[in-house]
Design a protein around this ligand. Sequence first.
Ligand code: GDP
Ligand code: MN
Length: 349
Amino acid sequence: PAPGSAAPAAAPASNVTMGAVPATGRLNATFVTLARNSDLWDIADSIRQVEDRFNRNYHYDWVFLNDREFDDDFKKVTTALVSGKTHYGTIAKEHWSFPDFIDQDKAKAVREDMAERKIIYGDSISYRHMCRFESGFFFRQPLMQNYEWYWRVEPSVKLYCDIGFDPFRVMAENKKKYSFVISLYEYAETIPTIWDSAKKFMKQYPEHIAEGNSMKWLSDDNGESYNHCHFWSNFEVGNLNWLRSDAYIDFFETLDRDGGFFYERWGDAPVHSIAAGLLLKKEEIQFFDDIAYWHVPFTHCPTSEKKRLENKCACNPKDNFDWKGYSCTTRWFDMMGMEKPAGYQDQKD
Ligand code: GDP
Ligand code: MN
């Protein structure tokens, strides 16, 4: 709808059958945020961004998840800010704890070693539970079972342009399953053996590997080694049924069993990215150039000035990360055979 226009006549989500795309109105979709009670004011900022730039015209629901119970203040403030319905879930213990096959002494030694080597979050137990939860469990929470699509939102993110279209609809109508706005190289020290596990999975489950996948984006030597490219998962719009599929679950379980969430510090970003890169056709992954986004310390700002002006963007194009040396988005465009926008050369480092 035009900015400032009334909400589109939204069909109630319950009218939507799985897999079908309704002609008008909302899809069966929700925002989802994992947060602590102490994240309240940082997530309040993010919600205002999302509402002002998009959701005030759509009124999608918002699911909040926490390993502890949300307090009344958190619920009161976020419910007032979200224009759709809000739901609050407490994560079951078994989705936020050490599996019994993890050797506690070994895991502790790793944390101490990583602390000494000053690896970011290397000494943190809660960060590891968070990464494992986002990798394998958020989409299986009872509250998420009602939905087919999700949009992940973290505290303290910014949206810089009006989003005058429905990203869920774009995904559904174009048969997309996963999306990104920023991609980059992962810190090698956090994932030394993740590719060994991925290779084990490929060998064990050849039936899950998609024809026409994005292996070329993940590996420079035909799958022998990982080049560390990943989609930044603090922003995601994706399909929950894909994450709940046998293919994804088999992938997650293979990685989980190898223990790297605790014996290393595997992030959910490389886990989701390797899964998307192997299990999906490359055309099922969407790059949302029109969603201008910031999560510390990187910005995605559309390269095209026309887009920035039309969509009331407030980002500085000089900050756009897409074409910088540490971004993997150039490689994505090259693999997809997509034409880079005019002026991209001026935005390299
Ligand atoms: P970073 O973006 O990798 O620096 O990590 P964040 O600190 O932003 O954490 C990622 C997401 O997980 C955010 O949505 C946080 O609010 C959430 N999160 C991180 N740790 C915890 C935790 O211990 N409990 C809960 N409930 N949420 C957490
Ligand atoms: Mn974050």
